[in-house]
Design a protein around this ligand. Structure first.
Ligand SMILES: [Zn+2]
Length: 544
């Protein structure tokens, strides 16, 4: 059997079902593996490495069933190592199992780094060469295509280039169909990949491949560099999931090869199915797809409203490296973002006539940009947003100012924790005080604030907090991480949401609590003639 690489196209080799299974939180059932193999075949992947047939019954069963399923394009590959030191290939149970998987192609691994040959394998350099040669010719004689994975090739080459070359030559003479140079520890830089491929006498060797890990974030770059430097075969996993920080991501390599580098591959016509292949495998792995994944991630072609979107509408190629549809993704415009002036004008409509030149529009746009940079998000906190507008337009009346608050949490051996709090406010030129006892600091602060305001504002008794959410965030302009608190309040006929952001969770909660009370006062209590209150969700079952 000859190698599939009969033309000038780059061979795509997938190891999602073997190396990809080494990743944290990754586990596929037998049926998952069969479904993934089918999807890879449909996509046009040339080789599917199915795992090591001796590993367990599930792996062996996979080869039986996948073989029967009949893949239309892909070739199945059984993966294992060379014969044991000191033995013969013919009597090696391990090689026998690889043959019994009855795959058209067999991948065997040989060690390239002498430190590993000596310390891990416990044998000498010459025997390591014999092990590779015997294993390759044994499998070749039985009519299979044989690829050799050269484990730790780059580290081995840097340590002893002559020995690494001898292994390549030995494997070529023994009949290997492809020599895959592996960056097993994933620490190699693209320039090293370039130099090492360039230093090899490629015309005297079997075709070269590349297998890269992403420990320093260069797995895709190294794979592309390997192709630039003569490799005819690239390996990776779907979504880049694999051991440690992962393998080279085929979802990035494939569009780069076919769409950017104009290399021929057997998946060239499938790029429109790339995003769905990525999501299909994520679903099988039961992992949330990475939003920021190049090409296929949800954010790959997303844009915030504002000037950026204006340009995009006029000429998409100025803001996108390629149309999203090319890889089966979609462009997303985040309309809820507030940074653009046109969005602000729309929001101001119910307060009067404003245009892009209005002082208020400019002031509000700047204020919102600053707030968003600090981590505020108003999509889910319209009441806080309305308050920002009302403060800018001079339509807001504060009902108190804070002098100080004190909270003290305590816990004893047997009793649950408690918090006591006191708050001092200024209202109508007088100091007023509130006190409360609750379980946690936020609940206690809410109660103490109500205690202080109740005598002056009876509406306080009508409203209550019904939902509270906290999220840790890292906004653009903050060095330390912050928390964003969302609060939902109700007066039994309507709900409204407010937001607070701070490095301190109590402070963030305080901001959201104060917004909640001030919003209600300014929009429903203060003045019958105030603008029609902002429409809030009717109370349909609470979030408690
Ligand atoms: Zn690997």
């Amino acid at each position: 059997m000859t190698t599939q690489n009969t033309s000038d196209r780059i061979i795509l080799y997938d190891t999602t079902l073997r190396d990809g299974m080494q990743g944290i939180e990754i586990s596929y059932s037998l049926q998952d593996k069969l479904d993934i193999a089918k999807a890879l075949d449909d996509f046009g992947i040339d080789y599917i490495e199915g795992g090591f047939p001796l590993a367990n019954e599930k792996e062996a069963e996979f080869f039986r069933l996948a073989g029967k399923a009949g893949l239309s394009h892909s070739r199945l590959v059984a993966f294992g190592s060379t014969r044991r030191p000191g033995g013969t290939a013919k009597e090696d149970a391990h090689l026998q199992a690889l043959l019994e998987a009855e795959t058209p192609t067999v991948m065997i691994v040989a060690k390239t780094w002498l430190a590993h040959v000596n310390k891990v394998l416990g044998t000498d350099p010459e025997e390591n060469l014999h092990m590779a040669a015997d294993s390759i010719s044994h499998i070749k004689e039985r009519g299979r295509e044989v690829f050799l994975d050269l484990e730790h090739f780059f580290d081995g080459y840097k340590d002893d280039p002559d020995y690494a070359l001898r292994l390549l030559e030995t494997a070529t003479q023994a009949g290997a169909d492809c020599l895959v140079l592996c960056d097993t520890n994933g620490g190699t830089l693209p320039a090293e990949v370039r130099d090492i491929y360039a230093a090899l006498p490629q015309d005297r060797l079997a075709p070269l491949g590349g297998h890269f890990h992403n420990d320093i974030g260069t797995a895709v770059a190294n794979s592309l560099q390997a192709v630039e430097s003569g490799a005819m075969h690239v390996q990776g996993t779907i979504n880049g999931w694999g051991e440690r920080t992962g393998n080279a991501d085929l979802c990035v390599i494939m569009p780069n090869l076919t769409l950017k580098m104009e290399e021929k591959t057997s998946a060239g016509d499938s790029m429109k199915k790339l995003a769905s292949l990525s999501r299909f495998v994520a679903e099988k792995a039961n992992l949330i797809p990475d939003k920021r994944q190049p090409y296929v991630g949800e954010a790959a072609f997303s844009h915030k409203a504002g000037q950026h979107v204006d340009v995009l509408n006029k000429s998409a190629h100025l803001m996108e490296h390629m149309p999203a549809e090319t890889v089966g993704n979609t462009r997303r415009i985040m309309l809820s973002e507030l940074a653009g002036k046109s969005t602000v004008i729309k929001k101001l409509q119910r307060y009067g006539e404003y245009d892009k030149q209005s002082k208020e529009v400019q002031e509000l746009t700047t204020k919102l940009k600053e707030k968003e940079a600090l981590g505020y998000q108003y999509e889910a906190a319209e009441a806080s947003f309305e308050l920002v507008i009302q403060k800018t337009l001079g339509l807001y009346t504060p009902i108190f100012t804070l002098n100080n608050y004190h909270l003290e949490s305590f816990k004893t051996y047997q009793a649950p924790s408690k918090t006591v709090g006191r708050i001092f406010l200024k209202h109508d030129h007088k100091e007023v005080m509130g006190a409360a006892c609750g379980i946690g600091p936020v609940e206690t602060l809410d109660k103490a604030l109500r205690d202080a305001l109740k005598p002056f504002f009876p509406f306080i008794n009508r409203i209550k907090l019904i939902d509270y959410k906290v999220r840790v965030i890292n906004p653009i302009e903050a060095a330390a991480s912050r928390v964003r608190v969302f609060i939902t309040t109700t007066d039994q006929t309507r709900n409204w949401d407010t937001v607070g952001v701070s490095e301190n969770i109590v402070e963030a909660s305080w901001e959201a609590l104060v917004d909640s009370i001030e919003y209600y006062y300014n929009n429903y209590v203060k003045d019958e003639n105030s603008p029609a209150p902002f429409e809030v969700d009717a109370l349909e079952g609470t979030h408690l």
